[in-house]
Design a protein around this ligand. Structure first.
Ligand code: IMP
Ligand code: MG
Length: 178
């Protein structure tokens, strides 16, 4: 793995593909055990979580269903502080056991907005799983049920995460070089 260039920035290798795969499988096993027999509904927060979602649910044993929702708060490398819903859910979640699948929780504003939107639809339960969390940047009180990796406040790309929509196709996760 060597450094890469996206637009005006250089990114260096940070979490390797095989390390991601192993950790995602571990978390999938933990979720499987907790939601066994509940026919959980996994809701992927687009766009960033599509690759994580694909790997995660292949580690889930037993019945489960998937759906997608789209939120947007980032422009370039900064959160705008405003969370916009771009695509709503296409089904009822009343009485369902929901697992929200996110790529990264940064300020936590996106997740907080999403959770209150979902709670108003009366699911039986809501669990949160995220690939990454930046604990030092959290601005809201969130209970994150499952997290694959905790990272510092650096900007990262790859494995679904983008810098100005680029870099989502990278197999490894990269961090911006200062
Ligand atoms: P939050 O609302 O501040 O928690 O931001 C969450 C969203 O911002 C994530 O779902 C990502 O789409 C995006 N985001 C936050 N940090 C990064 C990063 O380091 N790289 C790429 N996207 C990020
Ligand atoms: Mg996201």
């Amino acid at each position: 793995m060597s450094s890469i260039r996206i637009n005006d920035k250089t990114f260096v290798p940070y979490i390797a593909e095989n390390k991601i795969k192993l950790r995602v499988a571990e978390v999938a096993s933990a979720i499987s055990a907790d939601v066994k027999g509940l026919n959980p509904l996994f809701i992927s927060v687009l766009n960033g979580s599509f690759i994580f979602m694909a790997d995660l649910i292949r580690g889930i044993e037993g019945d489960c269903e998937v759906n997608f929702i789209r939120y947007s708060s980032y422009e370039g490398m900064d959160s705008t502080g405003k969370v916009k819903q771009m695509l709503g859910l296409s089904q009822s979640i009343e009485g369902r056991h929901v697992v929200v699948v996110e790529d990264i929780i940064d300020s936590g504003l996106t997740m907080q907005t999403l959770i209150s939107t979902l709670q108003a639809k009366h699911p039986a339960s809501i669990r949160i799983v995220t690939l990454l969390v930046k604990p030092n940047n959290l601005k809201v009180n969130l209970h994150i049920d499952y997290c694959c990796f905790e990272i510092p406040n650096d900007f990262i790309v790859g494995y679904g995460l983008d810098y100005d929509e680029k870099g989502r196709n990278l197999k490894d996760i990269y961090v911006v070089k200062e």
